[in-house]
Design a protein around this ligand. Structure first.
Ligand code: PMP
Length: 400
């Protein structure tokens, strides 16, 4: 008997993540890995966390160790509402749901909106974890054209022909994973226009939003929609935030800001799925955020900015002609495009075997399996010497 034959149809769409497999390489001594898109552990505010856990256990252990409400720890939701107001999204705690990382929000939003055969609009390439989360709900993907060059009716007809509807457009608005690119204000407005025409939801993934190193901040899509409509409860944009890139990914604390009917439905989902995110972790995140969020984010931005600069500088010196790359204003990633016909997955096998070098080949980020000549470089955990040595090796590999 094969137990797999009893799995639901949705299981067929769940595949091992290429990145998770690659993360194992980080442990191999001597490897220069630009693969894992994770924060630098040396930058975690470990002392502040140690003190926060100690204080909470001394002062409120019975609360911290107990079950708590599905909506999330109220003081944390209020703190988040205060942060959202600073970026043009005034709201109160009733518009905020705490999730176990923003990854959980993506899963819930897939579950909330996608019936099998419905269409999700995503960028080519897009965040692999979003495809992983949505895949379980058996959608069809179509390519999101942020510039709005494709008429809404075109998306709608294609979705209809596939037996479903366009339910949402998902995008990582600032310093996207994997490209590092940011959608400018005009692109965001055009996307909102298209969402109105299509009558679909916008899922705004703001996981990297706080990590801007230069240039002007662009208002979140939700802020632009709120400016149009004047009422958060009338907005179709759902904003997903995270403490993973700023304070710590290990605590698994993220949040959703949206119209109250959406939040209320997500609360029901959270009740059914995991009751609530870890009480003590929410309390600790709240304490650390209150004491040092801004200063800590300034510290990590300075560190990541210099790594980004080092990577862009090394790419300029070591890449052969015909190779192009993005110049991100923040985040953790640079996206490299190789000459047509080259295959980054083949290249990775040689990079590991011959050069002790790792990166993520780009195909997995494309819902249609294209992008074979692209790759993602992460600079968040690399120092200047590693970047110089790594890009020299990548240059040699590409020339060889
Ligand atoms: N969105 C994007 C674009 C990401 O890169 C990640 C993490 N790699 C997430 C969401 C999920 O992060 P978390 O669940 O830790 O908040």
């Amino acid at each position: 008997m094969s137990i797999a034959q009893h799995f639901a149809t949705r299981a067929a769409r769940m595949k091992a993540s290429e990145i998770r497999e690659l993360l194992k390489l980080l442990d191999r001594p001597g490897i220069l890995s630009f693969a894992g898109g994770i924060p630098d552990a040396k930058l975690f505010p470990a002392q502040a966390f140690a003190e926060a856990y100690a204080e909470i256990m001394a002062e409120s252990a019975s609360k911290a160790l107990q079950y708590s409400v599905s909506e999330g720890f109220l003081p944390l939701r209020e703190w988040i509402a205060g942060q959202m107001a600073k970026i043009g999204i005034p709201c109160d705690a009733s518009h905020v749901l705490i999730t176990s990382g923003s990854q959980q929000a993506l899963d819930y939003l897939g579950k909330l909106f996608l019936s099998p055969g419905d269409t999700a609009l995503v960028n080519w390439p897009t965040y692999l974890g979003a495809l992983g989360a949505f895949n379980a709900y058996e959608p069809r993907y179509d390519r999101l054209d942020v510039r709005g060059n494709r008429p809404a009716s075109d998306y709608a007809q294609a979705a209809d022909a596939a037996g479903g509807r366009v339910k949402f457009a998902y995008l990582s608005s600032d310093f996207a994973n994997p490209t590092g690119e940011t959608v400018d204000r005009t692109g965001r407005e055009a996307l909102l226009d298209m969402a109105e025409d299509l009558d679909c939801v916008v899922l705004e993934d703001a996981a990297y939003q706080s990590l801007r190193y230069d240039g002007e901040a662009v208002p979140p899509i939700l802020a632009l929609e709120l400016a149009r409509k004047g009422d958060l409860d009338a907005c179709r944009t759902i904003y997903c935030g995270s403490f993973s890139k700023t304070l710590s990914p290990g605590l698994r604390v993220g949040w959703v800001v949206a119209a109250q009917p959406v939040i209320q439905q997500l609360v029901l989902m959270k009740q059914a799925a995991d009751l609530h995110s870890a009480t003590i972790n929410q309390m600790v995140i709240h304490k650390v955020a209150e004491t040092c969020f801004d200063t800590h984010v300034d510290t990590i931005r300075a560190a990541y900015r210099s790594r980004r600069d080092a990577l862009l500088d090394a790419l300029a010196r070591h890449m052969p002609g015909g190779v192009t790359w993005t110049r991100p204003e923040g985040g953790m990633f640079v996206w490299v495009t190789l000459p047509k016909g080259m295959d980054a997955a083949d290249l990775l096998a040689r990079a590991i075997a011959e050069h002790d070098l790792a990166f993520v080949p780009g195909r997995a980020f494309h819902a249609d399996g294209s992008g074979g000549n692209t790759l993602r470089l992460s600079f968040s955990c690399a120092d200047a010497a590693m970047i110089e040595a790594g890009m020299k090796r990548l240059g040699q590999l590409l020339r060889g």
